[in-house]
Design a protein around this ligand. Structure first.
Ligand code: 1CP
Length: 342
């Protein structure tokens, strides 16, 4: 019998003797080997579509740190691109996309059954990873949540307050909801293909969920995520799902039940007391402050111990409250792991 993976155990709601650990954005610019492979690929998007090199960068943090999970190397903006949106990453600035603001632009997007033509290399990356990962390491596939992906498609770039998306939601709700439906359908197709190719866990990133008001949070964060999860579960009833509605504050409570997720990832603004309350209803992932990976030292050691000990009474996946930043130090990741594993 094969031993069950630590991450899967926690996602089944079991309390593990030590928490499974991985880091959001664990393959990335803070690693010199990532920067070298990215240079070889040419640019970020070429790296995403080069299955061999993408699998290689997913494996780099596993080789270096022996995390309990590997995450597929891709980006949440590949879905818009597969739908026909123009996408490029401008060095030092971030993504730039052609925008969707009118019914005509929405109608011009490709049909959902055509997205696999663009996304096939991503599924191949999943297959390669599945065949190369050590037995104890779980493979996480992912996608952006419809609201977060829509904010980029409407604005054409990252925004601080997502105001272009909020404006469309308010002033042209038909186009807004049509766009959300389109992204939802594409995401279901995309994630089903990732699972079919070997993904064992799915994480849905709703990075901008925090800017939705109470009503819009129900309609545009919870509802489409629930649609995605129930569609995946119809075909793969046992696939565990982690959802990260970043900035949801008190709305993290009840979120797992409303969406059907097995785990809720929380950001670093959530207190340990609140996390323990949330842990009574679901497996909690998070929420070490990513700046500690830059600072290191006793502050990092103390925060790691506190988080581990406070959450030890229930299912917990040790992670950051958001992605690790390019200025993080790999030595500090090692220090955190030593504290967790000793
Ligand atoms: O090498 C580079 O210069 C590119 C940096 C980079 C990387 C490493 C980007 C550009 N995307 C990624 C990979 C990525 N993105 C992963 C896979 C690997 C891993 O986690 O190890 C994942 C899960 C994402 C998810 C993602 N992309 C999110 C959701 C999570 C989050 O951080 O909030 C978002 C919002 C994006 C969009 C995106 N991609 C890249 C950038 C710079 C941005 C943010 C743009 C902005 O808002 O300004």
């Amino acid at each position: 019998m094969t031993e069950e993976k630590l991450l899967i155990k926690a996602l089944e709601g079991k309390t593990t003797s030590k928490p499974p650990v991985w880091l959001m954005r664990q393959a990335g610019r803070y690693l010199p080997e990532y920067r070298a492979t990215r240079a070889k690929a040419g640019d970020f998007l070429s790296l995403c579509y080069n299955s061999e090199l993408a699998a290689k960068v997913s494996l780099q943090p596993i080789d270096r740190f022996n995390f309990d999970a590997a995450i597929l190397f891709a980006d949440i903006l590949l879905i818009p691109q597969a739908l026909g949106v123009q996408l490029k990453f401008v060095e030092g600035e971030g993504p730039r996309l052609s925008t969707i603001n009118t019914q005509r632009e929405l109608n011009n997007l490709r049909p959902v059954d055509e997205i696999d033509a663009t996304l096939l290399p991503v599924y191949e990356t999943v297959r390669i990873l599945k065949s190369r990962l050590p037995n104890h390491v779980a493979l996480i596939g992912f996608a952006g949540a419809p609201w977060t992906v829509a904010t980029y498609m409407i604005a054409g770039k990252g925004t601080v307050d997502q105001s272009p998306a909020h404006n469309l939601l308010k002033h042209n709700n038909i186009v807004f909801e049509g766009l959300l439906e389109k992204i939802t359908a594409a995401t279901i197709n995309y994630l089903l293909m990732q699972i079919k190719s070997g993904a064992e866990v799915i994480q849905i990133f709703d990075s901008w969920a925090g800017s939705l008001n109470r009503t819009d949070f129900e309609k545009y964060c919870i509802k489409p995520i629930n649609t995605i999860i129930s569609s995946l579960k119809k075909i793969y009833p046992r696939i565990p799902i982690i959802v990260f509605p970043r900035g949801a504050q008190q709305r993290y409570l009840g979120f797992a039940k409303k969406t059907g997720a097995q785990s809720v990832a929380v950001d670093q603004n959530i207190s340990l007391e609140f996390m323990k309350m949330l842990q009574l209803e679901t497996c909690v992932q998070g929420n070490l402050d990513p700046t500690l990976m830059v600072k290191g030292g006793n502050e990092l050691i103390d925060a790691t111990k506190r988080l581990r000990d406070e959450m030890a009474g229930g299912p917990h996946i040790f992670n950051l409250g958001h992605g690790i930043t390019p200025d993080a130090c790999p030595k500090h990741v090692e220090l955190m792991l030593r504290v967790l594993r000793d």
